[in-house]
Ligand binder design. Structure first.
Ligand code: SF4
Length: 351
């Protein structure tokens, strides 16, 4: 084991605040003893702060229209090959009701950036879903502060807005017409409005370095996020990055494990993207720091068209199949399903 890796891991085990250099050392863990030690520590921190519960957040991908042009995403407006769909409000509410019946404590409303759904329209949908007694997470991109405020008032509990990359130059190259500063401003508004805030980044983007990934984790720490989505880059053939290699699965695991040490109290999903790259990807992520899974509640006939990346798993199953499959996965790992909404893991402030 390299001396610098062992020293950084020791600092992490002692609960010290990790420096950028420490984080880079951990992200560079070599296969074998170093990776195993990193994963062991991440799993023990996960057990201490989050326990053995794995929270299921039911995701409804209610629209695949998007006004943006992100270079890595199959939903980008320029992808004319994609069959577009929008769920009507009553379909969204029906899907949420199914999720509540299946015992999911949180419903995630996710879409491309689709202004067809006005602020008041989404507020009404949120109000109806809140009557089901579940937590609501929104993941609908950049909107105005007034809209964020309206949805919070309607009962939305959480908002997920990934920063995608903390490297502002890389961000600018991949997001034509968007601004990294604006992204951060939205995250600031969400915090001010009292949302539990989620962010996160893509792993393995062309041109991205370990130092960039360390900066991602430091940004997540600065944002004091309640959750972080950390998923590998998977090239979509109908995008400008379609010919680039996918992000490394092993690097993704190292990022998830290191995130558990840098932001120990954040909920970390075992993403569908890792499950897409390897059949046991989500199981391994759950054993390396993750504590959340996001089963799909989108009506089956639309699922294949929510194509941020290709070959996504679980597109042909119904909501009940996903529920049973994931319950089996969680139990096989010796863990148990989370009860209730699975709100923030952060300790309550001392009175
Ligand atoms: S990443 Fe989000 S904002 Fe960008 S094109 Fe895809 S759905 Fe739209």
């Amino acid at each position: 084991m390299r001396t610098e890796f062992a020293a950084s891991l020791e600092r992490a085990a002692a609960g010290e605040e990790l420096t950028r250099e420490d984080i880079i050392n951990l992200l560079a863990a070599a296969p074998g003893a170093e990776e195993e030690a990193l994963y062991r520590l991440a799993d023990s921190v996960r057990a201490r702060v989050a326990g053995d519960e794995v929270h299921l957040r039911g995701v409804i991908e209610f629209s695949n229209y998007c006004r943006r042009h992100c270079y890595y995403c199959g939903l980008r407006a320029d992808n004319a090959k994609l069959q577009r769909y929008r769920l009507m409000p009553e379909e969204i509410i029906a899907a949420a009701r199914r999720g509540a019946e299946l015992g999911y404590g949180t419903i995630v409303l996710q879409s491309g950036e689709d202004p067809w759904y006005t602020g008041p329209m989404l507020a009404e949908i949120i109000r109806e879903i809140k009557k089901l007694g579940v937590a609501v997470t929104l993941c609908v991109g950049e909107r105005t502060r007034d809209e964020y405020a309206m949805w919070r008032e309607a009962g939305a509990d959480r908002y997920l807005l990934k920063h995608e990359t903390a490297n502002a130059d890389l961000y600018a190259r991949l997001h034509p017409g968007m601004s990294w500063q604006e992204r951060l401003r939205c995250l600031q508004w969400l915090r001010e409005l009292g949302y539990q805030v989620g962010s996160g980044n893509i792993i393995g983007l062309p041109g991205q370095t370990l130092a960039d990934l360390a900066d991602d984790l430091i940004l997540l720490r600065q944002l004091d996020v309640e959750m972080a989505g950390l998923g590998p880059f998977i090239p979509h053939p109908a995008t400008p990055l379609g010919g680039e290699p996918a992000g490394s699965l092993d690097l993704t695991y190292r990022v998830v494990a290191t995130a558990r040490l840098v932001i120990p109290y954040a909920h970390l999903p075992a993403t569908t993207a890792v499950g897409t790259l390897a059949p046991n990807g989500r199981q391994l992520a759950l054993q390396r720091g993750a504590n959340v899974i996001m089963p799909n509640l989108t009506p089956t006939r639309y699922r294949a068209d929510y194509q941020i990346y290709p070959n996504k798993i679980c597109v042909n199953e119904g909501p009940e199949d996903c529920r049973h499959c994931l319950e089996g996965m969680v139990r096989a790992l010796g863990r148990r399903l989370g009860r209730g909404p699975g709100h923030t893991l952060k300790p309550l402030p001392v009175q």
